[in-house]
Write a protein that binds this ligand. Structure first.
Ligand code: UD1
Ligand code: CA
Length: 457
């Protein structure tokens, strides 16, 4: 691609009626990512310097999922695809170079394809991305002239029987030279079967100026898979899932059941990581080499170090160092930071806590709003009582401390370095370093009580 600037305009003002949803179509997700974000990702990776979206139907919901750098243009009324581009005229008044027009519901487009489309448009006013499909119904048909360039795009509803038999269709993705674009758009009318301003009529406008319109045909028609229904959403999801899994496997990630493994496009997974079945990895998670994740795990927005084992667990917006062991059945909620070689055992819930190297919380505990030093051992059944019904309070546990099983740590409270709490204690006062804290009633044995008090039977 030459150094010309490319701007992307993503059309997303439509309702997507066939989704039967309260949400606009483009905010529906595959692999935990809204459709429109996938399209934006492709535009970005294709080198678009500026990205605009045309919004209309339930636009607040669309705006809510857009990255901050993406600009929005409001289309007051859905008058057709040509109108959708026209509403961006003011926003693009000072722009030069090329405009890539895309649809917000086409999540499988590859950046390389978009680059190629821009490349064939260089020094021309328009290029169209086309696809050869088995069932062309519903699409605009591509009519080619004797030289092979595009003579017209005829909408399904306006086509003759002969045109309807054409299997090369318009994907709805175009590249336009910005120079003169809005003057040309002004020449389009709505004199057609649907009474809409068709962007496809740009072909005729360009040809009247003596310009050639180039059609770039996809080698893999699947890239143009649009999402109009829940069935198509699931199909696109499985195609994208396979693509991502295959790419990861090529780089050395071991995925033993790819059809049962869902990894979002924004995750970074190093070689020699094993992902076991029924595992979802999403929201920008990173996993370093040698770690084994799953089965049955959900890892969202996490940073996982090398050689960790996360087994049948949930990890949300948290991080861990190297050689940690988490699970099975651990629930790590946001803002947890584990050092190296930390062990978090079965049925442990954690949130907003920091744990130093080599510390262990091996069984059945709740750790919230806590800071644990290095080499701490937390006995089974320990609870940080961090909430008094009004506010959350912190617990601090010093290096080398040993928390006896079933200790209730009533926060705010600090346990000194190398100190011990007796099993079954309720600890509400700070414990100094190197001390034993007993916070439980002294045991009383009543000799012969059972025999004396239970009726003979
Ligand atoms: C369009 C093409 C058709 C092509 C098909 C590919 C036209 C006239 N036809 O048809 O040749 O085969 O796409 O999918 O362009 N949109 C707006 N504002 C509007 C109208 C549409 O933002 O006023 C958006 C929609 O949200 C959608 C996209 O533009 O993302 C395409 O619109 P749609 O009505 O689905 O066009 P099709 O009839 O499918
Ligand atoms: Ca459509």
């Amino acid at each position: 691609m030459k150094a010309d600037r490319v701007t992307a305009l993503i059309l997303a003002a439509g309702a997507g009626t066939r989704m039967n949803s309260d949400k606009p179509k483009v905010v529906h997700e595959i692999l935990d990512t809204p459709l429109i974000q996938l399209v934006i990702g492709a535009a970005k990776n294709a080198g678009c310097e500026r990205i605009l979206t045309v919004v209309g139907h339930k636009e607040e919901q669309v705006r809510a999922v857009l990255p901050p750098a993406v600009e929005c243009v409001h289309q007051p009324e859905r008058k057709g695809t040509a109108d959708a581009v026209t509403v961006a005229a003011d926003a693009l008044a000072d722009s030069t170079g090329y405009l890539l027009v895309m649809c917000g519901d086409m999540p499988l487009l590859r950046p390389e394809t978009l680059r190629q489309l821009v490349a064939v448009c260089l020094d021309r006013c328009m290029a169209v991305l086309t696809a050869q499909v088995e069932n062309p119904s519903g699409y605009g048909r591509i009519v080619r002239d004797e030289t092979g360039s595009i003579a017209a795009i005829v909408e399904d509803k306006d086509a003759t029987a002969e045109e309807l038999s054409i299997k090369e269709v318009n994907t709805g993705i175009y590249c336009f030279a910005l120079d003169g674009l809005f003057d040309r758009l002004a020449k389009i009318n709505n004199d057609n079967a649907q009474g809409e301003y068709y962007l496809t009529d740009m072909v005729e406008v360009c040809r009247r100026e003596g310009e050639t319109v180039i059609g770039l045909q996809l080698t893999e028609a699947e890239e143009a898979h649009g999402v109009n229904s829940r069935v198509q959403l699931a199909q696109a999801g499985s195609i994208l899932r396979d693509r991502i899994n295959e790419k990861l496997m090529e780089t050395g990630v071991n995925i033993i059941a790819p059809e049962l493994t869902w990894i979002s496009p924004d995750c970074v997974i190093e070689h020699d990581v094993d992902i076991l079945p029924n595992t979802i990895v999403a929201q920008g998670t990173s996993i370093k080499s040698g770690s084994v994740i799953g089965p049955n795990s959900r890892i969202y927005g996490a940073a996982i170090g090398a050689d960790c084992r996360v087994e049948e667990s949930v990890v949300l917006q948290s991080s861990m160092g190297d050689r940690c062991y988490v699970g099975p059945y651990s629930y790590i909620r946001p803002e947890v930071t584990l050092g190296d070689e930390v062990r978090v055992g079965p049925s442990v819930e954690m949130k907003k806590s920091t744990v130093g190297n080599r510390s262990k919380i091996p069984h059945l505990s709740y750790i919230g709003d806590a800071t644990l030093g290095e080499g701490v051992n937390v006995g089974a059944g320990t609870v940080t009582c961090n909430y008094d019904g009004v506010k959350k309070s912190p617990t601090v546990i010093g290096d080398g401390a040993f928390i006896g099983s079933d200790t209730m740590l009533v926060a705010p409270v600090t346990i000194g370095k190398n100190s011990i709490t007796a099993a079954g204690s309720t600890i509400g006062q700070d414990v100094p370093d190197d001390s034993l804290a007993l916070g439980r009633a002294r045991q009383v044995n009543k000799d012969g009580w059972v025999k004396e008090n239970r009726a003979e039977g």
